[in-house]
Design a protein around this ligand. Structure first.
Ligand code: NAP
Length: 274
């Protein structure tokens, strides 16, 4: 099991650009208050050119936190230590600094596993669907593939618009087959959107009519009132959920890495509901 920080970070930050829209400060601060911890979590907008100087400052001051778009790969490259998950995925979403060294982790795999369990009503140890279809080939898709390997999934069709990043993933995960965007094999029983499509508009990652008849739909994107894809898939009879459960669980695992304690998930959910 991955160990976290040996002492509580002095500050917790979210590094991204932009970050103002993030829900993480609201639910992480609710969990910190519920745990009676004095440290607070704040979003820090870091333009890419400023990242190296910011990372130096974080190392010197025992800061921990999260990383979001567009810095996950750059932070991965600059960490002194990586957990197995961060190393496997090639991206960092959680870090802590101690004695001038930065450790990078990735909690998206745990977050994705929790989201699949909640959507499909799986108990611990229940088998996963054997055939998934996944849209996208970025950091979130890599986390999905690491989870699929852990869970013994036999086949993942990766639906991509450009081949470069997808080919690199297919080389590392032998159960991956590359497929053009928009076509879904009828055998896939879980379809995952790991692209930003639907985040800022009402575009659908895949037409509802193109979904296999009994497939469940998991959109890693989340927005108030859910995404149009989730709403329309559910209306058409598919089990469907957005990325909120994954967001909470990846944040809960990160909280545990920083503090050594599980967070109060009810406090986190309450903050998100508000
Ligand atoms: P990323 O590394 O930038 O990768 C995005 C992928 O989506 C790339 O493969 C990209 O294709 C593809 N893509 C982007 N726009 C597209 C379009 N219009 N049509 C087809 N493909 C498109 O981003 P990421 O970190 O993987 O994140 C992906 C999404 O997952 C984001 O919306 C993020 O917010 C969400 N996410 C949610 C959670 C959660 O907790 N719910 C956690 C992580 C990520 P190219 O390779 O061709 O550029």
């Amino acid at each position: 099991m991955t160990r976290g920080a040996s002492r509580l970070p002095r500050r917790l930050v979210l590094l991204g650009h932009p970050v103002a829209q993030s829900l993480s400060p609201a639910f992480q601060n609710a969990a910190l208050v519920a745990a009676g911890l004095a440290v607070r979590y704040e979003a820090v907008d870091v333009p890419p050119a400023a990242l190296p100087a910011v990372l130096t400052e974080l190392r010197q001051n025992d800061v921990g936190g999260n990383v979001t778009i567009p810095h996950k790969i750059a932070v991965h490259a600059s960490c002194d230590l990586l957990t197995p998950a961060a190393s496997d995925i090639g991206a960092v979403n959680t870090f802590w600094c101690e004695d001038g060294r930065m450790t990078g982790d990735n909690t998206d795999v745990d977050g994705f596993e929790a989201a699949v369990g909640a959507l499909l009503g799986l108990a611990a140890g229940d088998p996963w669907p054997s055939h998934l279809a996944v849209l996208g080939a970025g950091g979130a898709a890599a986390a999905v593939l690491v989870a699929a390997r852990r869970r013994g999934v036999e086949r993942v069709d990766l639906l991509v618009r450009s081949i470069h990043r997808a080919a690199a993933l297919a080389d590392r995960f032998p159960f991956v087959r590359l497929a053009p965007h928009g076509t879904i094999h009828p055998g896939a029983s879980l379809v995952v959107n790991a692209t930003p499509i639907g985040m800022r508009d009402a575009e659908l990652p895949v037409a509802i009519a193109a979904l296999p008849r009994d497939a469940a739909v998991l959109d890693l994107v989340y927005r108030p009132g859910e995404t149009r894809w989730v709403r329309e898939a559910r209306a058409a009879g598919h089990g469907a959920a957005d990325g909120l459960e994954m967001l909470i669980e990846q944040g809960a695992v990160a909280f545990r890495r920083w503090t050594g304690h599980p967070p109060d998930r009810a406090a986190m959910r309450g903050a998100l509901a508000r």
